[in-house]
Design a protein around this ligand. Structure first.
Ligand code: MN
Length: 226
């Protein structure tokens, strides 16, 4: 595409001014998740923090393109650009899932008869046991990171992960279905240091239809063309 071509230009153009990644608007207004997640947090989180990851990922792609063009011994530069790409792009991917995982008047149990309801019960024993595992994984993140419910294609089971920063302890191939951001920027204005209170509030905004859709897409992708 034109955007990809632009990113492949050498870094004579300002890095990150354009690139393959773009910040989509939130799928609802900033106050949509009140009182569970406040509008100010949503605005800063999306418009500043997520925007910075998009910019960082675009810049990293620009730097890698410039290194490829320049040749020579660019090991350190390349290593730094790859670190930058992994961190920022993983942040972009997870935030993009996160916004869509939430909705006004969400939460509760997954709809009866949904595939996600069936697999959560099968793989965790009950919805309450899943809720406990997921919250525990999010609580245990050391420093900044994410609680993740993922579909793991080798075992064809659901699994819970504690991802640190945006990329550490992530599992290649696992498809994120439901993610909760536990960086302090996600909750500190309203909940201060109380991550557990924020996690309880998050349970009230889960968009189960979105999780269901992601699960069905992941399962059909793994099954391949019928
Ligand atoms: Mn975040």
């Amino acid at each position: 595409t034109g955007r990809l071509a632009a990113a492949a230009q050498p870094a004579s153009a300002p890095a990150g001014a354009d690139g393959p990644y773009t910040l989509a608007p939130l799928p609802y207004d900033y106050a949509a998740l009140e009182p569970h997640i406040d509008a100010e947090t949503m605005k800063l989180h999306h418009d500043v923090h997520h925007a910075a990851y998009v910019q960082g990922a675009n810049q990293a792609q620009g730097e890698l393109a410039a290194i490829r063009q320049g040749g020579g011994n660019a090991y350190l530069e390349q290593r730094a650009a790859l670190d930058k790409l992994t961190f920022n792009l993983a942040g972009h991917v997870l935030h993009s899932v996160f916004w869509n995982n939430m909705r006004r008047d969400g939460g509760g149990d997954p709809p009866t008869g949904s595939r996600v309801d069936e697999l959560l019960r099968r793989d965790f024993g009950s919805i309450d046991k899943w809720r406990e595992s997921f919250s525990w994984a999010a609580m245990q993140v050391q420093g900044s990171g994410w609680g993740v419910l993922a579909w793991e294609p080798l075992s064809q089971r659901l699994t819970v992960l504690s991802v640190e920063k945006h990329q550490n302890l992530a599992l290649p191939g696992a498809v994120p279905l439901l993610v909760v951001d536990v960086w302090e920027h996600a909750y500190y204005l309203k909940y201060r240091q109380q991550r557990a209170a924020y996690l309880r509030a998050f349970m009230n905004v889960i968009h189960w239809q979105d999780v269901e859709q992601r699960l069905r897409t992941a399962e059909s992708a793994a099954a391949g063309p019928q």
